[in-house]
Design a protein around this ligand. Sequence first.
Ligand SMILES: [Zn+2]
Length: 151
Amino acid sequence: MKIRSIKLVNETCWSTDHLWAFLRPLVIQELDKEKWKGLVITFTPRRSQRRTEWRADGEAWCWCSGYASWRDHTISIRVPTKFEQLTAREKVELAAVIAHELWHINSRRGGKAVEIAMRRSVKYGRPKTTEGRQEQAALYAWAAALPLEKA
Ligand SMILES: [Zn+2]
């Protein structure tokens, strides 16, 4: 199965190749190969594009958000687009949100309890503690190092 059996729809200003570079390792890590085919991942601009301060260290960043439908086999990822570049923290966030939505597709699970657990997790969420955030930054250091340039 080729990774390009997944369809990436890019409605943002960011380079499609650069978005693929975020997506590729996460697909390999999170999604069983038989589920690759026919998956449609759409990247769209986030509606509210404000950088807000995050409790622990006061760093300001704009969140990503996502939605997965395992019935339709689709994911949508909403990304900040109005900035010249995303910060390292925002790229880590992008990776975690993609991983989060791929997990839903792979496990075909959702619901409130799952969501609460995931949102606290280092791998799939937004850890609230400084320690958790550092752990997440280390886990997704590769994503923070990727270029994300305007197409
Ligand atoms: Zn979720």
